[in-house]
Design a binder for this molecule. Structure first.
Ligand code: UTP
Length: 291
């Protein structure tokens, strides 16, 4: 079955980026000239996704405004003629990327709980999950790599990377067996392992393709690490029962949920940016002389 639907959980409190995220959703923090969540929506669209549900919460209406039409702004830019044409095109494009709808998560009870809010939207078909604070940039869109792995193996798929051993306790840890190339079979997993509980340094990072049974599991399992309903705990049940494939994906991931990730994204994407890349390169070279 073709994957046509994606959900983007973006309802978290973003406490690691406070005070910036007091009034601005972390998913709206810009990387140069586009908010993080637009990169994610564009990745979905490049991968053949047509319908997107964004899970939001109180104080996150800027996300809805961003993907909406803005007639007054468009008229103003149109009146500016040729010099404003590129800006006008960019503004219009951001409101026409996909069919985007929204649902609210009333209480921040964890990623699993956020995903559960998408039950009606998804129905009984497989779907993609793209974490709203994980931007992944690359030639081959990351969620497209997972969709191909799902189509090839018939199994749920997660994108994963090896993280530094000392950091694994902040992430999840996967038990893996190589299948071929960058594909691994995942047989077990644990969220935020305590020392000695980790299976490997491979961790799920920000994207997965899941079957609709995930909702039945989320409704049954108890709350887990940090008192939150953990998506990893439900995925573990799928991995044990149906098998799951891990894709050691190509692309660069920026964690927009922490301050250093936000800066790294701005610098690296800035260096590749056609308008400001050269200027930024010169600036960094000059600056580094005094570092
Ligand atoms: P995180 O755990 O990184 O988000 O979840 P958070 O809770 O906002 O982070 P901190 O620890 O307070 O800084 C990954 C993704 O899942 C969403 C977040 O918005 C983020 O995109 N999420 C998390 C929800 O939608 N609902 C939740 O209850 C938790």
């Amino acid at each position: 079955m073709k994957i046509k639907k994606a959900i983007i959980p973006a309802a978290g409190l973003g406490t690691r980026v406070l005070p910036a995220t007091k009034a601005i959703p972390k998913e709206m923090i810009p990387i140069v000239d586009k908010p993080a969540i637009q990169y994610i929506v564009e990745e979905a669209v490049r991968s053949g996704i047509e319908d997107i549900l964004i899970i939001t919460s109180r104080g996150k209406s800027a996300i809805e405004d961003h993907f909406d039409k803005m007639p007054e702004l468009e008229q103003k830019l149109a009146a500016g003629g040729e010099s404003k044409k590129k800006l006008l095109d960019d503004v219009i494009a951001s409101s026409q990327l996909a069919n985007i709808t929204y649902v609210r998560q009333a209480e921040q009870k964890g990623l699993g709980h956020a995903v559960l809010q998408a039950k009606q939207f998804v129905g009984r078909e497989p779907f993609a999950v793209m974490y709203g604070d994980d931007v992944i940039i690359g030639e081959d869109p990351c969620i497209g790599q997972l969709i191909r792995a799902y189509e090839e193996t018939g199994m749920s798929a997660v994108c994963m990377k090896e993280v530094p051993k000392e950091d694994i306790q902040k992430y999840s840890s996967m038990k893996v067996e190589p299948i071929k190339d960058n594909l691994y079979r995942i047989t077990d997993m644990i969220e935020k392992p305590k020392p000695g509980q980790e299976f490997s340094a491979f961790s799920i990072l920000g994207r997965c393709v899941l079957p609709p049974e995930i909702f039945d599991i989320l409704e049954e399992i108890p709350y887990g690490a940090g008192g939150e309903l953990q998506l990893t705990d439900a995925m573990k049940v799928i991995a044990n029962k149906q098998g799951m494939v891990g894709v050691d994906f190509t692309g660069t991931r920026y964690d927009m949920g922490n301050k250093f990730g936000v800066l790294k994204a701005a610098i690296e994407v800035g260096l590749d940016h056609e308008e400001i890349g050269e200027e930024l390169r010169k600036y960094i070279k000059e600056l580094s002389k005094n570092l």
